[in-house]
Each structure stands twice: as structure tokens, then as C-alpha cells.
Design a protein around this ligand. Structure first.
Ligand code: DAH
Length: 338
């Protein structure tokens, strides 16, 4: 009987050591230690032994039972640890993989340029002013010395909202709105949207302008020139050349247009500047005495200068953007470059 028990023990231990799953271990436990298990079967035969041998045999059987139980327990731990290890390996996080990027927005190129330009003028002491985009004909034209029958009205292809009310065609009406509310000295810039019936590669029905107005005593064209040259050198670079050409605007006298040396060819001549070496960038002049009359300013005592330019055009020239529509198409591939 001892031999039989020893054999069972060896069988059990071998099976246990080979078992690779907890399910299998459970089967083995039932096979050897269960109610109908091999050890139990042997113990049932205890009754056939002589009485004095029974306790010894009983204790040997119990010992073997314990050994088998313990080795099942040990193997169980080993399998469990292996399974945990495997799971950890499978679920391992590779921290060298690139992360998922979530796109971060940034300022639109027009806003970037607008704030760069306003910063330059703010440093010079200008303040920011604004006015309505839906404007009366009075502010948009008449008070700027452009009466009904004035030919200059034709060059602004105007969107009419209703008789007497328009979408402003330029930021110049804000000049008058500021002067009506403020006594000189005045130094303002006016960034804002303007509207014209116009649509091609260099025109959009809505675009952005920046107006400038400075009024004080003893202001001359030299102040205008100095201010604009300072701005151009800051914005386009110190090497940029500047020239003024006589022009006509109803609200300034004298009036001028300002050109800068071509930002692409640096003045040598190319397609962008139509081989002239120059790019027209703004209109300007000394505030017309009639405009001061509308504003209620003493035009003997005060002089002023004004200027206006397209912010979109400034952005296009600075970054060599070929079409104004790119600025308004909302194509991320284009916009992300800035
Ligand atoms: N308002 C003009 C335009 O839209 C630009 C302009 C020219 C503004 C001369 C001015 C100025 O203030 O003095 O074409």
C-alpha cells in the first residue's frame, strides 16, 4: 500500500509540474484529492488492513495528501505569476511612440499683420479708434469732401444698404467720427473691414484697411513722410526705399500715393512690380480744410495728415501671397504656414 501511495504521489507531482494552466491544476486536484480521487480510493482500503497498521498508513496517506496539496499551491502561484507577466508584456505602453497631436489654433495671418502694424503705430503714440461698418453716405462720402455729384464716388463701387446708408467703402469715415468727438491733438489709427463691389485676384468684396489721422498745431507734410517711412522701415525692413507721387483724394490737399521698393526683387524689376521696381502701398495727404470745417476744427490753427492702406495687401507683399482670396478661403494648409 505504501508503494501504491508513493506511486500516486510521483504521478501527481509529475502532472502538477507539467501543468501550465490553473484549469488543468484543478483537474489534477480532483483526480488525486477529490471524493473519488486516487488517494481517497486508497484510503478506502484502510479498513482491510490490520488494526495496528491503520494509523501509520493513515498518517502516510495524509502526509502525501499534504505534499500534493502544497505542490498544487506552488504550481498555482507559478502559473499565476507567468500569466500576470504575460499580461503586463501584452499591455506594455511604448513611450517612444509619437503622441497623438491635437491641433492648436493660432492667429490668422491678417490678424498677425494687423497687430504688428498697430503695435508700430501705438509705439509712436497713436491710439486705436473704430467706427461702424454700416455707414451713412454722409460719413463715408459727404463729410470727406465727396458730395453726391463728385466723380470720386464712382471709383468706389459701393454696396448700398438703403438710400443714404452704405457698407463703408473705406475706413476714412472714422476720421470724421473721431474728430467730432475729440478736440486736437488727435493721433489715431483705425483698423477695420471695408466693402466694395469688386472681386478678382487682387480684390475681394470685403477687405481690411488701416486709416491714420494726426491733427495738431504746426503739422507739415514732413511729419507725414517721417511717420510713414518709420512705419515702412519697421514693417518691411530698414533697407526698404520709399517714394511719394502726387495723387488726388477729395479729403486731402495736397495728396500723394506712397510706393516702396519691390519686396520681391528689391527694386531691380520683376513680375510682381511689373518691372517698375516699385509697389504702390498707400494713399495719404494733408487733411483738406473742408474736412476740418465739417469736423468743426479751426483750420487756421490746426493742420493734420491722414493716410490709408490695405492690411491684406500689406500681408500679401510681406509674405509674397499671390492672391487675396487665399486670405479668405480658410484653407488650413495655407494658413498653417503663418
Ligand atoms: N480712403 C482711401 C482709399 O480707400 C485711402 C486714403 C487716401 C485714406 C488718402 C486717407 C488719405 O486717409 O489721406 O482708397
Amino acid at each position: 500500500m505504501i508503494k501504491e501511495l508513493e506511486k500516486i504521489k510521483e504521478q501527481a507531482i509529475k502532472k502538477i509540474e507539467e501543468a501550465q494552466s490553473t484549469d488543468l491544476l484543478e483537474q489534477i486536484r480532483v483526480e488525486f484529492l477529490g471524493k473519488k480521487g486516487k488517494i481517497t480510493e486508497v484510503l478506502k482500503k484502510l479498513g482491510t488492513l490490520p488494526a495496528e497498521e491503520r494509523p501509520k498508513m493513515g498518517s502516510i496517506a495524509n502526509e502525501i495528501k499534504e505534499i500534493i496539496t502544497n505542490s498544487i499551491q506552488e504550481q498555482y502561484q507559478i502559473i499565476l505569476e507567468k500569466e500576470i507577466q504575460k499580461k503586463i508584456e501584452e499591455e506594455k505602453i511604448d513611450i517612444t511612440l509619437p503622441g497623438r497631436t491635437c491641433g492648436i489654433g493660432h492667429m490668422h495671418v491678417i490678424n498677425q499683420v494687423m497687430s504688428e502694424i498697430t503695435d508700430i503705430f501705438i509705439q509712436m503714440g497713436f491710439q486705436i479708434a473704430s467706427g461702424p461698418e454700416v455707414e451713412t453716405e454722409y460719413y463715408n462720402f459727404e463729410s470727406l469732401n465727396t458730395p453726391d455729384d463728385h466723380p470720386a464716388r464712382d471709383v468706389h463701387d459701393t454696396f448700398y444698404v438703403k438710400p443714404g446708408v452704405v457698407l463703408r467703402t473705406h475706413t476714412s469715415p472714422v476720421q470724421m467720427r473721431v474728430m467730432e468727438k475729440t478736440k486736437p491733438p488727435v493721433a489715431v489709427i483705425v483698423p477695420g473691414r471695408v466693402y466694395r463691389v469688386d472681386n478678382d485676384a487682387s480684390h475681394s468684396p470685403m477687405f481690411n484697411q488701416m486709416e491714420g489721422l494726426l491733427v495738431d498745431e504746426d503739422i507739415t507734410f514732413a511729419d507725414l513722410k517721417g511717420t510713414l517711412m518709420y512705419f515702412v522701415h519697421k514693417f518691411f525692413g530698414e533697407e526698404t526705399a520709399v517714394r511719394f507721387r502726387p495723387h488726388y483724394f477729395p479729403f486731402t490737399e495736397p495728396s500723394a500715393e506712397m510706393d516702396i521698393s519691390c519686396t520681391v526683387c528689391k527694386g531691380k524689376g520683376c513680375r510682381v512690380c511689373k518691372n517698375s521696381g516699385w509697389l504702390e502701398i498707400l494713399g495719404c495727404g494733408m487733411v483738406h480744410p473742408r474736412v476740418f470745417q465739417y469736423a468743426g476744427y479751426d483750420n487756421e490753427k490746426y493742420q493734420g495728415y491722414a493716410f490709408g492702406f490695405g492690411i491684406d495687401r500689406m500681408a500679401m507683399l510681406k509674405f509674397s501671397i499671390p492672391s487675396i482670396n487665399l486670405l479668405f478661403d480658410n484653407n488650413l494648409k495655407f494658413l498653417e504656414q503663418f
